[in-house]
Design a protein around this ligand. Structure first.
Ligand SMILES: [Ca+2]
Ligand SMILES: [Ca+2]
Ligand SMILES: [Ca+2]
Length: 233
């Protein structure tokens, strides 16, 4: 056998092997892949909350040790088995922590978004494709509706005075002029503070009120320019 033929034959075997390894999972055979070789196929593991990239749960396991869990890698579209998915020199978890997109090169930012739903009196906040949490809020009472639409945070003031309502608004973040904004349950001169039990019911003058704790969390997380969307449902 000539060397040329051997090299051709080895190349063919290698190509066939690569094809078999890379072959997509057929719809008729969802059990074809068991990435971590533990005897359970990837689809079954994920359907039950387990990671297909090693032992443990999808939500807590970090197969490549880049501070992004296997579950978050799937959400952000990164490679669960590569610590620096976009190969820009920064690890996936480090990028997310600093607000950069771990799947899209060095300068792409992840967008921060706040969405308030009037029907449920809830606020959700997210970075890129990942929702970070939800809070109960109180929006405008009948006759004083919170405007619908998409706006942006214009300012951040730790404790603002409302001249029209004569009350203090802790963690004030206006999103329409200085009239409508997000803030903690208001306080009146003399020390009275709106009760937490008003959350979940639209009782404000049009602003979006948050509870003690949640207002501070959102204030520290959000930035001037963070998008704020108010939906009816
Ligand atoms: Ca497995
Ligand atoms: Ca990871
Ligand atoms: Ca990176």
């Amino acid at each position: 056998m000539s060397e040329d033929f051997l090299s051709f034959k080895n190349g063919f075997v290698l190509a066939a092997l690569c094809f078999l390894l890379a072959a997509p999972v057929s719809a008729a055979e969802p059990s074809a892949f068991d990435t971590d070789g533990d005897g359970y196929d990837d689809a079954t593991e994920m359907a039950n909350g387990y990671t297909p990239y090693g032992p443990g749960r999808l939500e807590t396991h970090d197969a490549d040790g880049d501070e992004l869990t296997d579950a978050d890698e799937l959400i952000f579209g990164t490679d669960p088995l590569a610590p620096d998915s976009d190969r820009d020199g920064y690890r996936d978890g480090e990028e997310v922590r600093h607000g950069y997109d771990p799947a899209k090169g060095s300068s792409a930012r992840l967008q921060k978004r706040i969405v308030i739903t009037l029907a449920t009196q809830t606020l959700a906040y997210s970075i890129g494709p990942k929702q970070l949490g939800t809070f109960e809020v109180s929006t405008g009472r009948p006759g004083y509706p919170t405007p619908l639409g998409t706006f942006a945070i214009r300012d951040k003031i730790p404790r603002a005075w409302s001249n029209s309502a004569k009350l203090w608004m802790p963690y004030w973040m206006p999103f329409i002029g200085t009239t409508y904004g997000l803030h903690e349950l208001p306080e009146w001169p003399g020390g009275k503070k709106e009760g937490e039990d008003s959350l979940g019911t639209p009782v404000s003058g049009g602003c979006v009120r948050l509870g003690v704790g949640s207002a501070k969390t959102l204030y520290e997380w959000a930035e001037v320019g963070t998008e704020v969307t108010i939906n009816k449902t």
